[in-house]
Write a protein that binds this ligand. Structure first.
Ligand SMILES: C[S@@+](CC[C@H](N)C(=O)[O-])C[C@H]1O[C@@H](n2cnc3c(N)ncnc32)[C@H](O)[C@@H]1O
Length: 230
């Protein structure tokens, strides 16, 4: 407690009372996110810059198109799943394009998706995700089935069956167009349902202009699409 008081006084000296009060919601959110992580036995909070990942792995084709790692807040993920309804998770393969440290994979596995697949460009993040998935799998056998692919999402071809494609602003429109081309081919190849949930949809124009999709939901920071066969 004395340590906390000391830190508070030091922070007030730096930012002033108003500055400290303005930071309270952020601190509370960080605290809450870390607590939910601990409850699941995973470590996914924090941000990892592309430049830091690229220092260790400079050879990727789409480095310049990548967005940094940060996990989607737990509450926002729950909201996204609600907005995508109605759908039956047991019928769908959940795919996280840009899976980072694996938070969404763990949450999707807990929701009973038929199959859960994560695609992540950087080995360093994949290794972190693998540790999280192993920790969850030690308690929950369903999590042992989560598939993690360390590869460029632009090259990934989705599996057969109904697809729930999740994006948390992982890359720019160049990679997004390549991903979309694979999804369009998947739509044309078989009668199946495709759901696309795009949080922080910076490049929504790519999906908005795709003829095989229709907009199912749009709100601040979230767009959900379904294929027209849906
Ligand atoms: C904003 S984070 C999203 C993290 C995760 N989906 C979540 O909700 O917790 C974006 C992630 O996309 C990854 N990424 C960027 N470009 C990629 C690509 N071409 N292929 C696969 N992953 C990529 C980044 O390394 C980063 O981990």
């Amino acid at each position: 407690m004395a340590g906390f008081a000391r830190k508070l006084v030091r922070q007030i000296r730096i930012d002033g009372v108003a500055g400290v009060l303005a930071k309270v919601p952020l601190w509370l959110r960080g605290h809450c996110e870390a607590r939910l992580d601990r409850r699941l036995g995973i470590a996914t909070v924090g941000q990892v810059e592309v430049a830091d990942s690229a220092l260790l792995e400079p050879g990727h084709d789409h480095l310049a198109n990548a967005v940094f790692y940060a996990p989607l807040q737990f509450a926002k993920f729950r909201r996204l799943i609600r907005a995508a309804r109605p759908f039956d998770p047991e019928q769908y393969t959940f795919i996280d394009y840009g899976a980072g440290k694996g938070r969404a994979l763990v949450l999707a596995s807990g929701l009973g998706f038929r199959r859960v697949v994560g695609i992540e460009l950087f080995d360093s993040l994949c290794r972190h995700a693998r540790r999280n998935l192993d920790a969850v799998a030690a308690r929950d056998p369903a999590a042992a089935r989560i598939e993690l692919l360390c590869m460029d999402a632009a090259l990934y071809r989705p599996p057969a069956g109904d697809l729930f494609c999740y994006f948390y602003n992982p890359f720019d429109d160049v990679v997004m167009r390549q991903v979309l081309a694979h999804l369009e081919a998947a739509d044309a190849s078989a009668a199946r349902r495709i759901l696309i949930a795009y949080s922080n949809p910076v490049h929504a124009g790519v999906f908005d202009s795709a003829g095989f999709l229709r907009l199912h939901h749009s709100s601040d920071g979230l767009r959900i699409y379904r294929n027209r066969r849906h």
